[in-house]
Design a binder for this molecule. Structure first.
Ligand code: HPA
Length: 246
């Protein structure tokens, strides 16, 4: 049984390089996860892969069943999750094609089912979310990227928006004033749900485009997809180097 799961985001409905042993569909008390779980080995280590947006990619960020996704991984005794997220770059060093391992989150999402702790409680539950990501997994990723000479920014504040539309230039300006370096739609509530179930969680965020107003170019799906395709090679190199160490 694997204790590591990868949740693939946009551009990553399948994890190429996985030697697949089986695939299975599950139901949870929170409904169906985004897709079938794929079990296999990647870089000779057992992993479970789950496509966040389904396979094919049809589930928009605000419709992802984050609770079912995290619950089903907990039921499989998963202890570590690497989430892969496509994001827009807000600050100058977050240029398209770059990878980053965010260390902080500002949550701008609304009305998503975002907690396991709401019904039939014997006592109110408030998790400590000061550090939303696993320190040890982040260090491992950052050190591995450095050793492999892969361009990964070692910290970023990830502003999570509701989507599915992209932001206005004014919204991005406000987010920059708030301290956000990158903007995406899928970082929450995935990170806090993993924390609620005491699973170590980390994100590899892929900068797919300049955020709204940060470039004179229109943000098109073609630009996003092209940058994602190029950056995914780096993601694979990073995963291949880091997974055997987890
Ligand atoms: N905004 C929000 N989510 C995103 C973006 C963006 O610019 N690019 C990729 N995901």
């Amino acid at each position: 049984m694997s204790d590591l799961a990868i949740i693939g985001g946009s551009g990553l409905t399948k994890l190429n390089g996985t030697v697949v042993t089986r695939q299975q569909e599950y139901e949870t008390p929170y409904g169906m996860p985004s897709g079938t779980l794929t079990y296999g080995t990647y870089a000779d280590k057992e992993i479970i892969f789950l496509p966040r947006h389904g396979d094919p990619h049809v589930i928009p960020p605000h419709k992802v069943n984050y609770r079912a996704n995290i619950w089903v991984l907990k039921e499989h005794q998963v202890k570590n999750i690497i989430g892969i997220n496509a994001v827009g770059g807000i600050t100058g060093e977050m240029y398209p094609g770059r990878l980053t391992c965010p260390d902080q989150i500002i949550d701008y999402t609304w009305s998503r089912a975002h907690t396991f702790f709401e019904d039939n409680l014997s006592t109110a539950m408030h998790i400590d979310f000061s550090q939303p990501y696993s320190r040890s997994l982040r260090s491992l990723l950052i050190n591995t990227a450095m050793n492999e000479k892969l361009d990964l920014s070692p910290a970023a504040t990830y502003g999570v928006t509701q989507g599915p539309r992209l932001e206005t230039a004014a919204e991005i300006e406000r987010m920059e004033r708030d301290g956000c370096d990158i903007v995406g739609m899928t970082g929450m509530p995935e990170a806090s749900l993993a924390k609620e179930l005491e699973i170590n969680y980390v994100s590899i965020s892929i900068v797919a485009n300049w955020a709204a107003g940060k470039s004179s170019d229109e943000i098109t799906m073609q630009v996003i997809e092209k940058n994602m395709r190029n950056a995914l090679e780096k993601v694979h190199a990073l995963l291949a180097a880091v997974i055997p160490k987890i």
